[in-house]
Design a protein around this ligand. Structure first.
Ligand code: CU
Length: 154
C-alpha cells in the first residue's frame, strides 16, 4: 500500500515536471515600449528579434493634438510589401483604422490607433524568416513624414 502510494505521487511529480517544461516553452513576450509624438516620429525605430520570438509592442500616443488629427499605430509589413504603396492605400481606409482590408495579407501585426495619452498593443511572433522588416504608422501623412522603423530578425 505504501509502495503504491509513492508510485502514484511519483507519477504526479512527472506530470508536474512536464507541465512546468511546457510552461517554459510558452515564454512571456518581450515588451517593446514605443511612444509616438506630435512630430510624427517613433521613439524606437530599430527593433531586433530572434526568429519566432514572441514580442509585445506597446505604443503610446504622446502630445497635445486631438486624436482625429493626430493618432498613431504600429503596422508591421511583410518582407516584400511596398511600404509607400501601403501607406498611400491606407490613407483612405479610415473605417478600418487605416489598415486597408484589401492589403491585409501584407500585414504581419498591427495595433489600433493611439491618440494622445492612449496606449495600444499587439502581441505577435517575430517572423521566422531572417530579414529586415519595415513597420510604419499608417495615419495619413505620417509615413511620408518619416514615421517608420525596422524589425531586424536574425
Ligand atoms: Cu503616426
Amino acid at each position: 500500500m505504501g509502495v503504491r502510494r509513492s508510485m502514484i505521487s511519483g507519477c504526479a511529480a512527472v506530470v508536474l515536471a512536464l507541465g512546468t517544461a511546457a510552461g517554459v516553452q510558452a515564454q512571456a513576450p518581450r515588451v517593446v515600449a514605443i511612444t509616438g509624438t506630435d512630430a510624427m516620429k517613433y521613439s524606437v525605430t530599430a527593433i531586433e528579434a530572434k526568429p519566432g520570438e514572441k514580442l509585445t509592442v506597446k505604443l503610446t500616443g504622446q502630445g497635445s493634438i486631438p486624436k482625429v488629427a493626430m493618432a498613431h499605430n504600429f503596422v508591421l509589413l511583410a518582407l516584400k510589401a511596398d511600404a509607400a504603396a501601403f501607406s498611400t492605400a491606407a490613407a483612405s481606409a479610415r473605417a478600418t483604422d487605416f489598415v486597408p482590408d484589401a492589403l491585409k495579407a501584407q500585414v504581419l501585426a498591427s495595433t489600433k490607433l493611439a491618440g494622445m495619452g492612449e496606449t495600444v498593443e499587439v502581441t505577435f511572433d517575430a517572423p521566422k524568416e531572417p530579414g529586415v522588416y519595415t513597420f510604419i504608422c499608417t495615419f495619413p501623412g505620417h509615413f511620408l513624414a518619416g514615421m517608420k522603423g525596422t524589425l531586424t530578425v536574425k
